[in-house]
Structures are given as C-alpha cells and as structure tokens.
Ligand binder design. Structure first.
Ligand code: ACO
Length: 453
C-alpha cells in the first residue's frame, strides 16, 4: 500500500496544550523537538514508520544538508513496502503471500510455492501444469557453460562455480536486459528457476570428475535434481520418494525470507537495472557467506570439531566467552524458535529413518538442549535457525558439505525473482544508494613522495 505523500511543515512549540486535549485527539504523526533550535516538526507515521527523508528538513542552519538517520546493517530500517513474505520474529511466524509455512510444507510442492511467491496467488490446475511445463523445458543449459566448468579446479567450491555460471547466463540471453517487458521477465524466470538445478548438478559432477548428467523431463523438479547429481550407469534414474519429498519440502522452506542479506543484494543490484542473471549472481554471492546461507556448512564443520556429546559443555563455554559463535543459532529477525527449524527437525528424523541416523545428531541435540537452557542464549533470544539441522539432513542424503549453500540457492531463486520484480515495479523505488556520515580527513594537499615520512 503506497503511502500518500504528505507535506511536511515545521510546527512551532505548542506552549499551553493541556495534556488531556492532546490525548483526546490522537494523530498518526510524530512530533520531534530539535533541542538545538527549539523547533518542533510533525512527521506523518504510516504503517508504523516514518520516512527517513522527512527528517531532512530538520536543520540548524538552512545551508545544512539536513538530518539523516544512521542505521548500519539496516537494523531498524524498512527499505521497501513488500507483499511477498511476512515474518513475525517474536512469535516465530513465517507466511508466503499470507499462507503459513507449515501448511505449504505439508500440502504444497516447491514449484507451486514458487508460483505463489511470483504471482501472489496459488495456481489453478491449468496454470500449475503450464508453469511446470515451462520450468521443465528450460532446464537445459548451453553447451558452452560446460566449458566454463571445465576451467575450474577439481576442488573448486561449487558456490563459486554456481555464481560464475549464473552470471555467464546473462551473456547467452541478451534479451534479459529488457527488464520492463513482462514477457521477457517471465521467460528469464522460467530459465533461472529451470537452470539453477542444472548448474548446481553440473558443478557437483565437475568436482567429482564425473560426466555431466542431463535433465530428465519426466522427473519432478527435486527428482530431476537428484538425477543430475547421483545418476551413474542406470538407464533411468528413480529417485527415492522419501528423499525426493524431503528435498521438495526443504526447497519450500528456503524459497523466500523477506529482506534478508541476499534478497537485499538482489534488490540493490537489480535497482541499477542490470539483467536478472547478474543480479541473481550477486544474490547468490551474498548467500555464500557463513553468516547467511553458508552457515549450514559451518554448522557441520562445528559439530565435527566438537566431536562428541561430552565435549559440548566445553564448546558452549568457548562460545559464551566470545571465542566463537554457535553456528546455526541466532537470527536478525527471529527472537523465537525459527518455524523452519521446527519443520526441518521433523524432516531430519524421516530422512534418518531411511538413511540411518547421522552420528552428529546427538551433538547437535546436546548443543540445542544446553543453549535453550543457558542464560547467555536465553537472554539474547538465540534459538536454532533454518541452518542448524539442514546440514545433518543433507549429509545423510549424501551431499558433500560444499553443496549445502548450493542447496539453499536453488529454491531461493524464486524468492529473489519475486523480490526483484516487486522492486522493479514499485514506482517509489530508485537505484539503491545509501548515504554515509563522513568521518575521514578534512581537505589536505598532496605531498610529493620524497617529502613523506
Ligand atoms: N552464537 C553466540 N552468540 C551469538 C550468536 C551465535 N550464533 N548469534 C548472536 N550472538 C550474540 C552476539 O555475540 C551478540 O551478543 P552481545 O549482545 O553480547 O554482543 C548478540 O547475540 C546479538 O548478536 P548480533 O550479532 O548483534 O545479531 P545479528 O542480528 O547482527 O546477527 C546472525 C544475526 C548473523 C544470524 C547471528 O546470530 C549469527 O552470526 N549466527 C550464526 C550464523 C548463522 O547461523 N547464520 C545463519 C542465519 S539464518 C540465514 O541466514 C539463512
């Protein structure tokens, strides 16, 4: 709901307003008193927020730039009005387009959820069939991409290969530059969602030195992905239905998460009007970091480093001493149990029943048990996040650790595109360009090198 701009007027201090009168007439405004000048400013409040630009009129001297808000890491700044995903981090709620994540995880498929994220409504039967057909028929990648992959070392991280090959797609589809053309955007959406598993599968096979496996259009989206990863000599790959469904649900849970680091990267880079492949490569790079989608890889490394249940208390002590973080714990938005972590824990047991229990599970459960009772974590509201258990599942399913963030990037693509498109079509959005508070040197003259100390 775009806000109607309202004119901003500085108001003079209200000298004798009785308190009862002020309470009798509540207004959706915020009155700010600038104690430097004694001036008051009345600023509209919309959706519980004020516009940072409304602060600009606050100045001591008319020649000044005006007041800004300082918010490193966007701790308390809304960068957009979005209709895609809703999170209430205090109570642990996550909804895509209004649908609770728990219902989608139980009843939907990843491709249907991707449609919901992108088109705002669940598809009818014809729309879903058409959507799946188009995604399925955009899974092949240009043969030249294989040559790029061949150029990577055998031990190259698959996220590096994924980021590079996504960016390379832009060179194959110059039509993607036509970002304000709805049909073009749709085509790039089919391509991106369709090709991500193929790029990921090929990167994985390259790291093993195994031949690439081409997409199989008869398989489901997650089933085909498993095919491209794990098929060997069999003529037809038949994915295990439990693993196929587990992967599909994990894809649903990872599809979007409102303005997280990578969605913000997608919007920010996309705001320069670059093509969506380049913006998706940037978002994938953001996801790679250990504080974001790379955390699931870090969780496993951490559990392996702890080594045994007996060593967990010692490890927690080190975390509390600030020597390291308990990876897979804590979240900028969730100050309660991440609802995705709860669902993922359930999937973990389904997968373990089939594949055998992951020996690291006991260590993870002990970390969780201690952390949920410990004052350090309780006080800071640190709960398991989406990444705490995903690594254990992926490992049991046969994925190497380096593939974990790749498994996150594949489904997040639909969320990134939904966020990107919303940004592009929002008349209030412009190229993203934050301000700074300059605290560096004042002007000084160049000193020739021979005169420098
Ligand atoms: N282990 C130990 N202490 C932690 C952890 C953790 N995992 N996370 C936060 N804290 C502590 C901080 O040290 C800080 O303590 P202080 O107040 O004494 O200084 C306090 O909790 C607040 O932490 P911030 O870093 O300010 O919280 P922020 O919102 O910036 O960070 C983040 C969120 C990055 C997720 C953080 O919790 C973290 O690093 N977690 C581990 C990495 C992780 O699991 N990332 C995946 C997130 S989910 C995702 O991206 C898909």
């Amino acid at each position: 709901m775009p806000r109607t701009p309202r004119a901003m007027n500085p108001v003079q201090p209200a000298t004798h307003t009785p308190k009862s009168e002020a309470l009798a007439a509540p207004r959706d405004t915020l009155t700010i008193t600038d104690n430097r000048t004694g001036k008051q400013y009345e600023i509209p409040i919309t959706n519980g927020a004020i516009r940072a630009l409304d602060l600009r009129q606050i100045k001591v001297d008319p020649r000044e730039f005006g007041m800004m808000s300082y918010d490193p890491a966007f701790n308390n700044t809304a960068s957009c009005i979005s209709h895609v995903t809703y999170i209430d981090g205090d109570v642990g709620i996550l909804r895509y387009r209004g649908y609770p994540i728990e219902e989608l995880a139980e009843k939907s498929t990843y491709l249907e959820t991707a449609y919901l994220l992108l088109f705002a409504e669940l598809p009818n039967a014809t729309q879903l069939k058409d959507w799946i057909w188009h995604i399925t028929h955009h899974t092949f990648i240009h043969e030249s991409i294989k040559k790029f992959l061949d150029g990577f070392h055998y031990d190259a991280h698959p996220m590096g290969m994924l980021i590079s090959t996504i960016a390379a797609l832009s060179t194959f589809y110059p039509d993607a530059k036509d970002i304000f053309n709805k049909d073009s955007r749709l085509k790039q959406t089919w391509r991106l969602i369709g090709k991500m598993p193929t790029l990921a599968g090929f990167a994985y096979r390259h790291s093993l030195g195994m031949p690439f496996v081409y997409p199989d259009n008869e398989l489901s989206y997650p089933g085909n992905f498993l095919n491209m990863l794990f098929r060997t000599t069999e003529l037809k790959y038949h994915p295990n239905p439990t693993l196929e469904r587990a992967l599909d649900v994990l894809f649903i849970l990872h599809a979007d998460h409102e303005q997280n680091c990578s969605a913000n990267a997608m919007r920010c880079v996309g705001s320069s009007h670059v093509d969506p492949y380049s913006a998706t490569a940037a978002a994938t790079a953001a996801l790679y970091g250990p504080l974001h989608g790379g955390a699931n890889e870090e969780v496993l490394a951490m559990l392996m480093e702890i080594g045994s249940v007996q060593k967990v208390p010692d490890f927690i002590k080190r975390v509390k001493a600030g020597e390291q973080r308990l990876m897979g714990f804590g979240h900028r938005v969730y100050k309660n149990y991440d609802p995705r972590a709860r669902l993922i824990k359930r999937i973990a047991y389904e997968v373990f029943e089939l594949m055998g229990k992951n020996p690291l599970l006991e260590i993870a459960l002990e970390c969780e048990r201690i952390a949920l009772e410990d004052d350090y974590f309780v006080k800071r509201k640190l709960y398991p996040n989406v990444d705490f258990y995903t690594g254990l599942i992926y490992q049991s399913m046969g994925f190497p650790m380096t593939m974990f963030p790749v498994l996150f990037a594949i489904p997040r693509t639909s969320g990134w595109i939904a966020q990107w498109e919303e940004m592009l079509l929002d008349p209030e959005q412009k190229i993203a360009r934050p301000r700074q508070i300059y605290a560096g040197q004042d002007t000084r003259s160049y000193v020739p090198i021979e005169q420098r100390a």
